[in-house]
Design a protein around this ligand. Structure first.
Ligand SMILES: [Zn+2]
Length: 289
């Protein structure tokens, strides 16, 4: 009897093992990398995870975020079509895995650039040494690459504590990282230095810098966006925060506010990861009063 139980346990462990391996493989099955030309030599690559921005030209490839290691070969193939499979620079908009998981794949051949908090968080999270950013900065950095002035600007306490926005100043394209989810409630990572008010203020600061012709790459959402949509996103954060904070100041607790819910006009912003309830909870937890 004991023997049988042991065998059953062994089989169970084996089947869990196979299932995990199969899932890891399945996870990117059917994912292809779509290259969307934006303007001039700037491209947006959509696959799975955070959207990728690319500058391609005589100096080579500069890539903003790299999605997952499991997609690196497919990303290299897309980059080959743009001139070179290996980026000279890989910029991380922040530390989250769906933007940095491929760092060790590209790291040996690229200079990885990020805010210094990103390097610390990746290091603490066990990132392989070859995936750690070699070039870090605190407030801002400028790269002159492919005839373009590319400005990297840190915005504190927003989605995380290490967010940077990348301005392709000549092409008039901006990569927002996860400070912008197109038509969806944002994820504000309160556990990693994120803050709803800061997130909103940072989007406002970006809005003050761009114009109606700027092409805006969102961290998530599979199409390029613009100033009008980024404004709508900021206004949604503002309107929903005001409502949740006023219910909180009336003494309602988190559960009661979730129960009451937001106005129906915001229901389209709800999605798998950040439901309306989770967005309400995030606002509630982010404001001290
Ligand atoms: Zn993120």
């Amino acid at each position: 009897m004991k023997q049988i139980i042991r065998w059953q346990a062994a089989l169970l462990i084996l089947s869990i093992g196979f299932a995990t391996a199969a899932n890891a493989q399945d996870r990117f099955d059917g994912v292809s990398i779509e290259t969307i030309p934006l303007t001039g030599n700037i491209y947006m690559l959509v696959g799975q995870g955070g959207n990728i921005g690319v500058s391609a030209g005589d100096d080579g490839i500069l890539m903003v975020d790299g999605q997952y290691a499991g997609l690196a070969d497919r990303i290299r193939l897309a980059l080959t079509d743009l001139g070179d499979p290996d980026p000279r620079f890989l910029i991380n908009t922040h530390f989250h895995d769906d933007h940095t998981n491929a760092n060790p794949e590209f790291g040996p051949g690229s200079v990885i650039v990020a805010h210094e908090n990103v390097r610390t968080r990746l290091q603490d999270g066990g990132m392989a040494p070859e995936g750690l950013p070699q070039l870090t900065f605190e407030d801002r950095m400028t790269l002159n690459f492919n005839g373009e002035r590319i400005e990297l600007v840190h915005y504190p306490r927003g989605h995380t504590d290490g967010d940077i926005v990348i301005y392709f100043t000549d092409a008039n394209v901006v990569h927002m990282g996860d400070l912008f989810f197109h038509d969806r409630f944002p994820f504000v990572d309160l556990g990693a230095g994120g803050d709803v008010q800061g997130h909103m203020d940072n989007v406002t600061a970006v809005l003050e810098r761009i114009d109606d012709d700027t092409l805006v790459i969102p961290g998530h959402g599979d199409a390029v966006s613009n100033k009008a949509e980024l404004t709508e996103f900021r206004d949604m954060i503002h309107a929903t925060s005001v409502v949740v904070r006023s219910m909180k100041s009336e003494g309602m607790n988190k559960e009661e506010i979730v129960e009451r819910g937001l106005d129906a006009r915001w229901s389209d912003w709800s999605w798998g990861f950040i439901s309306e309830a989770r967005w309400i909870e995030t606002i509630y937890d982010s404001y001290p009063e």
